[in-house]
Write a protein that binds this ligand. Structure first.
Ligand code: UTP
Length: 460
């Protein structure tokens, strides 16, 4: 944006404190200020600010809520047969190079408070592998198993784009072919104070925040990767977050159910632990599948019980999805379709130029699951939390590195027990994705596996 237009825009939105600051800068600093902030969408940010000033309610009209239809965890022979058929269809998709993988890793990871991209956090219980390594090795194992190219796309944001790429280069892409790993950056929006002011991060940067995980569906299209994938014949996109080390990447059963349902957006859900758990809820809104943020759903629905005393709206969102690529294309056809939400947060702004300070700010984000109401067909399947869902959100307590490590070790113990192998009590376990992706891979290995009586056991 040329300088005069930039200044006019700031004036239009009464940002006189920023104009004063800008005028106090040297020529080179002004250039830098313009370079780093000139492309921000101030019109959208202030439009959203005014919208959320008038009403912050994303609250859902209670009259429209009902429980969803969910593919259950198989309990009888019919359901087992369904799962087998889905697996076989999913495996054909993988073999036929119809499935690609997207990991969203553009978030700020503020609750974890780790210095660096969240994906570079060393997590695994014995080998200390990072989240990126755990996920990338799954893609490698699947590519080997199905003799297929499974492209891995990673969404970053401007804050962590370079560090993420440098990390993959330094780790030699964890054995993946570099040409099959694609990085793209999501959009950012300026944050705004509750009083309607832009916020300085340092002398030449305004405080911005990534535009939410929903931004992945726009950035994928804007980056040209969506067209590239479609032209290469890929049809389905397995989507997950960087912070769940238990996620089953491109699970063939999930892919198969998605295709059998002719779904455009599919989701894996877990039973909510209790009515207080802060997790998005999968339900029907006006008869269509949707996911409601816990903060948008009236307390009486969050805590509703059925006639047996079980949680009525039990399906918690795991943020594990499959999107049809053609559907993502449709979503972007006439401008990006997802609605924005406003996160009212405080942030500790640290800079070399100012005294560190805690400030209140509003961030504007889109949520990937808001794509669901646009879909003609959706599909939802239940999974066991202990098998597939252990997100790393907080530094300690619930959903922390410690709980994720415990969940990983417990899961690997279960795999070995299922495969009929004795394991010493009290040991911490880790199985590399390159050794096994599930208990059936352990049983399929020839020869008897003897586990040493050690405190820490790592199978690779
Ligand atoms: P969260 O909403 O849990 O955010 O993101 P976060 O950045 O990991 O952590 P906090 O809230 O700052 O503590 C869930 C997933 O969505 C990605 C994150 O990287 C994470 O994988 N995400 C989130 C994005 O890619 N972009 C965003 O704008 C927001």
């Amino acid at each position: 944006m040329p300088e005069h237009e930039f200044l006019r825009t700031l004036e239009l939105f009464d940002q006189h404190h920023i104009l004063d600051h800008y005028r106090s800068l040297s020529f080179h600093q002004r250039q830098a200020f313009l370079g780093s902030n000139g492309a921000l969408d101030f019109h959208l940010a202030f439009q959203l600010y005014h919208k959320f000033c008038e009403s912050n309610s994303g609250a859902i009209d209670p009259a429209t809520v009902s429980p969803p239809d969910v593919i259950p965890i198989p309990k009888d022979s019919g359901q087992n047969a369904d799962e087998l058929a889905a697996r076989s269809q999913g495996e054909s998709l993988l073999r036929g190079q119809k499935a690609a993988v997207l990991i969203v890793a553009g978030g700020q990871g503020s609750r974890l408070g780790f210095d660096g991209p969240k994906g570079t956090f060393p997590l695994s219980p014995v080998a200390g592998k990072t989240l990126f390594q755990l996920l990338a090795e799954q893609v490698r194992a699947l590519s080997n198993r199905y003799s297929a190219t499974i492209p891995l796309m990673i969404m970053t944001s401007s804050d962590n784009h370079k560090d993420t790429i440098d990390f993959f280069k330094q780790k030699k892409f964890f054995g993946l072919e570099p040409q099959n790993v694609h990085f793209f950056s999501q959009g950012v929006l300026p944050a705004i104070s509750p009083q309607g002011n832009l916020i300085l991060k340092d002398k030449v940067h305004l405080y911005t925040s990534p535009n939410g995980h929903g931004g992945s569906l726009k950035a994928l299209s804007d980056s040209g990767l969506l067209s590239k994938m479609i032209e290469a014949g890929y049809e389905e996109l397995f989507y997950c977050q960087v912070d769940n080390p238990l996620v089953k990447i491109a699970d063939p059963v999930f892919l198969g159910h998605h295709r059998r349902a002719r779904s455009q957006v599919s989701t894996k859900v877990v039973r909510r632990r209790n009515i207080k758990e802060k997790v998005g809820v999968y339900l029907k809104l006006e008869g269509k599948d949707a996911i409601a943020e816990y903060s948008d759903l009236d307390e009486k629905y969050m805590s509703a019980l059925d006639e047996k005393g079980n949680i009525l709206y039990w399906a918690g969102n795991t943020a594990i999805h499959i999107f049809s690529l053609s559907f993502i294309k449709e979503l972007n056809k006439d401008g990006f379709a997802l609605p924005y939400h406003c996160a009212k947060k405080s942030a500790y702004v640290i800079s070399s130029d100012w005294e560190p300070a805690s400030i209140d700010l509003w961030k504007f984000e889109t949520f990937v699951f808001d794509a669901m109401p646009f879909a003609r067909r959706t599909c939802c399947m239940e999974i066991k939390r202990e098998d597939e869902f252990a997100p790393v959100k907080n530094k300690e307590g619930d959903d922390s590195p410690d709980t994720a490590r415990e969940a990983m070790s417990a899961l690997y113990r279960n795999w070995l027990i299922t495969a009929g192998i004795d394991i010493p009590e009290g040991s911490t376990l880790e199985i590399s994705p390159l050794y096994a992706l599930g208990p059936q891979d352990i049983s399929a290995r020839t020869g008897r596996l003897v586990i040493p009586a050690e405190q820490e056991i790592y199978l690779e």
